[in-house]
Write a protein of this length. Structure first.
Length: 365
């Protein structure tokens, strides 16, 4: 039945395109009201470990942990492969307090990056990192507290100074959209572990035969390490990496000072041989608006000021070692009003076009 449905959908697409004077073999971008033929979709778990308790399992005392196992620390992956897929799939990794929901429908209900790029012919793989979301089975204990912190996230993500949005903000400013945004925040079920996440992401890249890694915020750090662990990463697109920057040993910059409650922003020193693995493919890093050039008394703006500065130092170091890294501050390109969640805001199609142009320029599409 699945195969029959696919052929029916394919025939309908062929009919629609032929009526428009286009060959059914031509790969065209479809509008969001057109049929989207999916060749395959599904989900699976990748990576992880097995924890075993000492002792022997007793079937008569099943509540005792002795001798029992726990499968955990894996990542959850959902995927969709369109008909006539392009050569490089996009692998999406979320940031802090988030899950794969980041890349799905926007807070105001429009199509997110996963569907936008699926319509453009890219296979998409969406990750819930280990110990987050649908990959919540952790091998370490964690105490989850019901902390009231919505206003902190609102300001940290540069949406505005609570309760006001910044002038010109691209974030959809309805009560329903903000409610949806707050509800997609989700906790860690175990300690954040950058190397663990990187290992699972690298395992995914190896499983699917390679692709383009798209990261957001805290996902930037595991993204660099995943590319060091796997030679199947063909490019990295990083939206507002906020931590986890790496530099060769002996070239690590001094911590960048800020009034942010997170403290000074440092970087991690890694062996030169590992760092040079990041020069094998192109890297592009995007930052949105409301990031000043000079120190600010707005704690969130000042926090992102040093993160943009560190990203530029990182890209310079990549290029100094023969790589291809670019940092794009969107206001410099005439694109204004974006917060930390730029790809989910009102102009996300424009930002998708911006990325599509870069993928084409690098022959990655």
């Amino acid at each position: 039945m699945k195969r029959l449905n696919y052929f029916i959908l394919s025939a309908m697409i062929a009919l629609c395109t032929s009526c428009g004077g286009q060959s059914s073999q031509t790969q065209v971008e479809m509008t969001n009201d057109s049929i989207l033929p999916i060749r395959e979709q599904g989900s699976f778990l990748i990576g992880g470990t097995v924890k075993t308790a000492q002792g022997t399992y007793d079937t008569h005392q099943p509540m005792k942990p002795d001798g029992q196992t726990l499968h955990g620390d894996h990542a959850y992956v959902s995927y969709q492969i369109p008909a006539n897929a392009r050569k490089n799939p996009l692998v999406f990794l979320h940031g802090a307090g988030q899950s794969a929901k980041t890349w799905e429908s926007t807070p105001d209900g429009r199509e997110g990056f996963s569907t936008i790029f699926l319509r453009r012919g890219f296979s998409t793989y969406l990750i819930d990192q280990p110990r987050r979301g649908r990959a919540g089975r952790s091998t370490v204990d964690e105490s989850i507290k019901a902390t009231t912190d919505d206003q902190f996230w609102f300001e940290n993500f540069r949406m505005g100074v609570w309760p006001d949005y910044y002038d010109g903000s691209q974030f959809p400013q309805s009560e329903e959209a903000l409610d949806q945004f707050f509800r997609q925040i989700t906790p860690n079920t175990g300690a954040y572990d950058e190397q663990l996440i990187a290992t699972d992401v690298a395992a995914l890249m190896d499983k699917i035969g390679g692709g383009i890694l798209v990261t957001h915020s805290q996902g930037g750090g595991p993204g660099w390490h995943a590319a060091i662990k796997s030679d199947k990463v063909r490019a990295i697109v990083s939206y507002e990496p906020g931590s986890g920057f790496v530099f060769p040993e002996g070239e690590t910059p001094e911590p960048l000072q800020t009034i942010s409650p997170f403290g000074a922003l440092g970087a991690t020193a890694i062996p030169l041989a590992d760092f040079e693995k990041l020069t094998r493919f192109p890297i592009i890093i995007y930052y949105g608006d409301y990031i000043p050039d000079k120190p600010s008394d707005n704690w969130a703006m000042d926090s992102w000021r040093v993160r943009l500065q560190m990203a530029r130092l990182f890209a310079d170091c990549i290029n100094r070692h023969g790589g291809d890294a670019t940092v794009v501050h969107l206001p410099d390109e005439g694109i204004k009003g974006n917060s930390h969640f730029l790809f989910a805001e009102k102009n996300n199609v424009q930002l998708a076009d911006f990325l599509s142009a870069w993928l084409k320029e690098k022959s990655l599409d």
